[in-house]
Design a protein around this ligand. Structure first.
Ligand SMILES: Cc1cc2nc3c(=O)[nH]c(=O)nc-3n(C[C@H](O)[C@H](O)[C@H](O)COP(=O)(O)OP(=O)(O)OC[C@H]3O[C@@H](n4cnc5c(N)ncnc54)[C@H](O)[C@@H]3O)c2cc1C
Length: 305
């Protein structure tokens, strides 16, 4: 079977460290690349205040993100890469092509797709112990500024960013009421000595907007079945992450998308692959590896057609 030709050789979904590395490697091998990014180039780098473990002189994530955006802009100017601002919802591998489906219904086609969508913050809808209207503002704890955390701040979940946040804001005197299901108990050990934390062991929590004003009502059922109601000035989410898997990707029992489980024309890279090794440099390495894997299996040897 002959290989159909497309305007794009490789579609890259997600322009975090993994996706940008895939684009850099693929274009360096003379492939035409189209990158689909739903938000900002750099992905999670935008949230990293202090960087130590990457090559180069980058001291913050946004600095490195800016450099990655400049790399993509350079490739665009050279006519080797295009950046599309859109959200992909699915991918599909065929014997002669791979596709990415965008949220607006558009279908993009290429020889291969590299997916580097990373992980995304879990919301109450991803849990079985919180009821909350999707419209309720429940910003993530790790993004909260100390001044956003007042005396009546409630935190949904005891995931690890709690300790990171407390260490990052030693000057904050806010009391964080952490509503924690039993599954989070082991994670709270690292903050047990911090008297700014009040752990509330819960089995179920219902969160709703107060009838008047901006307060949020927090109805708690503790692990003994007793109910209490609190009035919060802020409720912050700290529920952990889940892989940002697209429809059509093969997932393991943790929801991650290991490369070896995918269609031969679909390659996964970065944090999306596994809960282990979630680091910038491993994301970059796996992005480059994904482009090389396509190059050696298909572009050079034509093994997939
Ligand atoms: C607070 C914090 C601090 C960290 N500190 C460090 C550190 O100091 N050192 C270190 O090595 N690592 C650190 N990490 C981890 C590091 O940021 C990640 O390992 C790395 O960013 C993963 O890169 P990635 O490309 O796989 O995913 P991401 O960086 O998450 O990028 C994924 C990209 O895909 C886009 N995307 C997602 N879904 C879609 C979709 N459906 N369609 C289109 N685009 C989509 C996103 O908008 C994003 O731009 C930190 C992470 C966090 C959250």
């Amino acid at each position: 079977m002959s290989t159909p030709s497309f305007d794009t050789d490789v579609l890259v979904v997600g322009a975090g460290p993994a996706g940008v590395a895939a684009a850099l490697m693929a274009t360096s091998l003379n492939m035409k690349v189209l990158v689909v990014e739903a938000d900002s180039v750099g992905g999670k780098l935008q949230t990293i205040g202090a960087l130590e473990n990457v090559s180069g002189n980058w001291t913050t994530g946004p600095q490195l993100a800016e450099a990655l955006a400049a790399d993509l802009a350079r490739l665009e100017q050279a006519g080797r890469c295009s950046l599309v601002r859109s959200r992909a919802v699915g991918v599909k591998g065929h014997s002669d092509r791979a596709e990415a489906l965008l949220a607006d219904g558009q279908v993009l086609t290429a020889q291969a797709v590299v997916v580097g969508t990373g992980v995304t913050a879990m919301t109450p809808a991803d849990t079985d112990w919180i009821s909350a209207a999707p419209s309720l503002p429940l910003p993530p704890l790790w993004r909260a500024k100390p001044e956003q955390a007042g005396p009546r701040t409630y935190v949904l979940g005891g995931d690890r960013p709690l300790g990171t946040w407390l260490r990052a804001h030693p000057q904050s005197t806010a009391t964080l009421h952490v509503l924690a299901p039993a599954t989070d108990d082991y994670k709270l050990a690292e903050v047990s000595g911090d008297d700014r934390v009040r752990v509330v062991p819960v089995s179920h929590v219902a969160v709703s907007q107060a009838r008047h004003g901006t307060d949020i009502i927090v109805d708690v059922e503790n692990r003994g079945g007793e109910r209490s109601t609190y009035v919060a000035t802020a409720v912050l989410s700290n529920l952990g992450n889940r892989p940002a898997a697209l429809e059509g990707l093969a997932v393991d029992e943790g929801g991650y998308c290991p490369p070896e489980m995918q269609h031969p024309r679909i390659f996964t890279a970065g944090d999306l692959r596994s809960g282990r090794f979630q680091r910038i440099t491993t994301a970059q390495g796996s992005g480059a590896e994904a482009a090389l894997a396509y190059y050696y299996t298909t572009a050079i040897q034509g093994q997939l057609v």
